[in-house]
Design a protein around this ligand. Sequence first.
Ligand code: PLP
Length: 371
Amino acid sequence: MLLLIPGPVQTRPETRAAMAADIAPWDHDFRPVYSGIRERVRDLAGGDEGVHATLPLQGCGHFIMEATLRSFIPAGGKVLIPLNGSYAERAARLAREAGRQVVALRGPDTRPVTPVEVAAALAADPGISHVAMIHNETGSGIVNDPAAIGPVVRAAGRRLILDSVSGFGALPFSLADHPECDAVVFTSGKCLEGMPGIGFAVARIDRVEAAAGNAGSWAFDLADVYRHALRAGWGSFRFTPPVQALAAFAVALDLHAAEGGQPARLARYTENMRVLYEGVQALGLTPYLEARHQGPVIVTVHQPADAGFELQRFVDALKARGVLISNFHNTKAPTFRVGCIGAVTPEDMRRAVRAMGEALDALGVRRREAA
Ligand SMILES: *Cc1c(COP(=O)(O)O)cnc(C)c1O
């Protein structure tokens, strides 16, 4: 089965094979694997030893995002969130339910937020301490650019939290260029092509030290994750980690490096996206985004107008042809979504487009323009 969803992604056999062992997390053979992962993802984030630290948390992306929002934004503090997609809405809900004040900067989910919009929102409210931005908006497929927004946040004397859960490892980003960034957040199971199970914040140590007492939660306190590392070592966990997912992640990082790192991964995903984007157009379908706003991670496509189209039937027909896509959409307009990330190639994408054509024919979908 070809898995074309934006996480968990298709993985390589070597990565999956690393899971097939029982491991004690505190064992002296495993501790260096874990501390090595922390160093390698810090380096991937453009972090510096002594300036930045990798703070992992068990669980999914929402967990590490909640922990980051709680840890870096003081209780009752104010955060500006560019709301241009469904993952931004999720970040806003996490912040709100953690008792932070959310200032919404609403925009369409068909283009990135602009520096002018962020600068104006920050100028209008000096009480905002942080901007929390989604890097790759997995709802629609647009990319909010930290290289454009970061300098505006910096100039306004505010702090940035970057949710790069679906971009990190493929989209360019370096903490070295972003002193305004408290933390960049990502997980094991998206562009780094590991198993799901662990989230990471690579954060500024001075900001983590200042974060003590903010979280209002022991489990979600990244300042406590940091203190624990100082006390017990960088190969040590506070609570039981998903050790097999970590063992697999170490292999996934090897494969990321062997491929040529972030630039090579971006190039492969971009080509995957291009084959898919042009392929669905050739089938008579309408991509949700204009080509100039289409990012490399996920392509969303308008559901066809034909009354014979029904998303679950389309997904089933594709699955019968060896391709699995999401059976839901996260855009306001009805769409279907296809991931371009994971251990998949442009050739796989050509196969997927052929399968889509066959599935649409089998369902008798003739009117394929947007509903
Ligand atoms: C996947 C994703 C998350 C986290 O999702 P989980 O299902 O909790 O792992 C957060 N933000 C973005 C942008 C994502 O793509």
